[in-house]
Design a protein. Structure first.
Lengths: 79, 440
C-alpha cells in the first residue's frame, strides 16, 4: 500500500500561482494601471488578538448556501 | 484538514482516509465517517443534480470502515481526487441527513472556523466563531457580518466611511483607495478565468468555424482594459499562473484581432458577410462580465454579425445556464458570460465542461477524438504525461472555440488597517479570514 504524502500531493496538484510574477505577467499584457497599493500582507510580528466582529461587504447575494448543489461562486463564500 | 492521513492502493483505485478525531460540527455533533459518506454520496446522487459530480464521479463505492475511517473505491485512477476534497466546493462535509431536515439554501452546518448565525437574503449574513473548531486557536475573530452590498460604489463609500472593514473592489477603485489613510489594498492574481460558454447545439454556433471567426474578431487586450481596467492576464482554458498546466499567454492565439482572417473563415462556413444574430447573456451583478459582452458585441459587428447583449438578474442567469444543460442545449440561451473560478486540479477546468459526459457541459460540446484524451489525462499520475495531454487538449479547445476564454483577473481586496493577519489566496477564496484579527 503506497502512501501519498501531503507534501507530494501539494507539490503535484496544487503548486499554483507561481508561474506569473505580480506585475510581470510572463510577457503577457501589462497591468495598465500603475500600482501604488500595498503588496500582500507579510506575516505580522504582532501577537494576534482574539475578539471583535469583522464587518465586511459581500459583493454578491448568494443564490444558495448549499455547497453540494450550487455552482456559483457566491455559494462558496460561506464559512 | 478533516483527514489526518490517507493511503492509496490498488493501482490508484482505492483510497483510505483516516479522519481527524473529535471534529465538531457547528451544531455540536461529532463528525464521523458516516457523515463523509453521506456528503459525498449526496454530490454523486443524480437527484442532487450537482454541478460538482465530475469531481467525484470516479468513486464507485464508499465504505465506512469504522467511525474514523472511510474507504473509497474508484472505477479508475483519478489523481485529482485529493484536490476535489481540498477544493472548498462540493467537499463540504455536513451531518448525515442534514439536507432532508433543513433548507440548505439558507441554512448551513459544517465544521469550518465560523458558523452561520443568520442569512437574510439581500441584506446580510452573520457568522459566529465556532468555539470547537479543530484548528485552535483559530479563528481569532468572535464573528463576521457580511453586509450584502452588490454595488461597487456602495462598498467603496462604506469603506471610506469606516462602516465596513473589508470588501472586494475593482482595479480602478483599488487605485483610488490605495492612498487613503486607514485603508490598505491587497492585490493578487486568482485562478479564475473570465470566459463565455457557448451553446454549440444550434446553428450557426454549432460550426466551430463560426465560433472561431467570432473569437478572432475580438481584441483580448481591449476586453481586459474595458472589463477590469487592464488588471488581468490573457488566458486559455486553464488559468494563466496555474502551476505549469496553463498555456503560456505569449503563445495564445487570437490575442490580437484578425478581422480579415475571421471574415474568410465565416465565408468558408457559409456566412459571407455574417448576416446572422446571436444573443449574449450576462449579469450586471458582475460589471466586468457585462463589459466583456459589450466588447464582443462591438467587435463582431465588423463581421456583419448582430449580437444582442441581454442583461439578467444573477439568479435568472444561473437558472438559464442550468437550463441549457438540462434541456440538452434546446433551451436556455446561446452565449453566457461568466467565469470558472478556482478548481483544485487542472481536470476541473476541462473534463466537466467539455467531455460528452461532463457534469457542467454548459455548451453541450462533444468531440469523440477529445473525449478519450480527457479521460486519459484525468486518469494518469505521471505529471509530465498529464501536462502534455492538457496542453494538447487546450490547444484543440482553443481551435474549436466551444468557449471564448479571455483573461485571469487580479483580485483586489481593501481592508481597514485594523484588520491584521489576513492574506489573499490564489484560489480567490477568502478562507484565510480565519487568521484575521482586529488591531487597535
Amino acid at each position: 500500500m503506497s502512501r501519498v504524502s501531503r507534501r507530494k500531493f501539494l507539490a503535484g496538484g496544487l503548486a499554483l500561482g507561481g508561474g506569473l510574477g505580480l506585475g510581470g505577467q510572463d510577457g503577457a499584457a501589462q497591468l495598465l494601471i500603475p500600482w501604488r497599493g500595498q503588496a500582500a500582507e507579510a506575516a505580522t510580528a504582532a501577537q494576534p488578538k482574539r475578539g471583535g466582529t469583522l464587518v465586511a461587504a459581500a459583493e454578491v447575494d448568494p443564490v444558495s448556501l448549499d455547497p453540494h448543489t450550487n455552482s456559483n461562486f457566491s455559494a462558496a463564500q460561506g464559512f | 484538514m478533516l483527514a489526518q492521513k490517507w493511503e492509496l492502493s490498488n493501482g490508484g483505485k482505492t483510497y483510505v482516509f483516516h479522519l481527524r478525531p473529535n471534529v465538531k460540527f457547528h451544531n455540536g455533533q461529532t463528525m464521523t465517517a458516516e457523515d463523509v459518506k453521506y456528503s459525498v454520496e449526496r454530490v454523486l446522487d443524480p437527484k442532487s443534480a450537482s454541478p460538482w459530480r465530475s469531481w467525484f464521479d470516479t468513486i464507485e463505492e464508499i465504505k465506512v470502515v469504522d467511525p474514523l475511517t472511510v474507504q473509497m473505491n474508484l472505477n479508475a485512477p483519478y489523481p485529482g481526487l485529493l484536490g476535489s476534497f481540498a477544493g472548498m466546493r462540493a467537499s463540504g462535509i455536513v451531518p448525515k441527513g442534514l439536507a432532508e431536515r433543513e433548507n440548505l439554501k439558507i441554512k448551513a452546518i459544517g465544521t469550518g472556523p465560523f458558523k452561520l448565525v443568520e442569512y437574510v437574503p439581500q441584506d446580510h449574513i452573520t457568522y459566529a466563531r465556532h468555539p470547537d473548531y479543530w484548528d485552535q486557536p483559530l479563528p481569532y475573530l468572535d464573528g463576521m457580518t457580511f453586509k450584502i452590498l452588490t454595488e461597487e460604489t456602495a462598498r467603496v463609500a462604506a469603506l471610506r466611511a469606516g462602516q465596513i472593514q473589508y470588501a472586494y473592489v475593482n482595479a480602478q477603485d483599488a487605485q483610488q483607495l490605495s492612498g487613503v489613510p486607514g485603508i490598505k489594498v491587497l492585490k493578487n492574481l486568482v485562478a479564475s478565468v473570465t470566459l463565455q460558454y457557448i451553446n454549440v447545439s444550434k446553428k450557426p454556433l454549432s460550426d466551430w468555424r463560426v465560433r472561431k471567426a467570432l473569437r478572432m474578431a475580438v481584441d483580448t487586450n481591449e476586453v481586459i482594459q474595458k472589463a477590469v481596467f487592464g488588471a488581468a492576464v490573457p488566458s486559455g482554458p486553464i488559468p494563466s499562473g496555474y502551476g505549469d498546466w496553463y498555456l503560456d499567454p505569449k503563445t495564445l492565439p487570437y490575442v490580437k484581432p484578425d478581422i480579415e482572417g475571421a471574415k474568410k473563415l465565416l465565408a468558408e462556413a457559409g456566412y459571407p458577410g455574417g448576416g446572422f444574430k446571436i444573443e449574449i447573456k450576462c449579469s450586471p451583478q458582475y460589471p466586468a462580465f457585462v463589459a466583456t459582452a459589450l466588447v464582443v458585441q462591438d467587435s463582431v459587428k465588423k463581421l456583419g454579425v448582430d449580437a444582442q447583449v441581454v442583461q439578467q438578474e444573477w439568479g435568472a442567469f444561473v437558472a438559464d445556464n442550468a437550463t441549457v444543460v438540462k434541456s440538452g442545449g434546446k433551451e436556455g440561451g446561446e452565449i453566457f458570460t461568466s467565469g470558472n473560478s478556482f478548481r483544485p486540479d487542472p481536470d476541473g477546468y476541462i473534463y466537466p465542461y467539455f467531455h460528452t459526459r461532463g457534469s457542467v457541459n454548459y455548451g453541450q460540446y462533444s468531440n469523440p477524438k477529445l473525449d478519450p484524451l480527457m479521460q486519459q489525462a484525468r486518469s494518469i499520475f505521471n505529471h509530465d504525461q498529464r501536462r502534455s495531454l492538457y496542453i494538447q487538449i487546450q490547444r484543440t479547445l482553443l481551435d474549436e472555440s466551444p468557449n471564448w476564454w479571455w483573461y485571469v483577473p487580479y483580485n483586489f481586496e481593501a481592508t481597514s488597517t485594523r484588520v491584521q493577519g489576513y492574506s489573499q489566496s490564489f484560489t480567490g477564496r477568502r478562507f484565510l479570514l480565519k487568521r484575521a484579527w482586529l488591531g487597535s
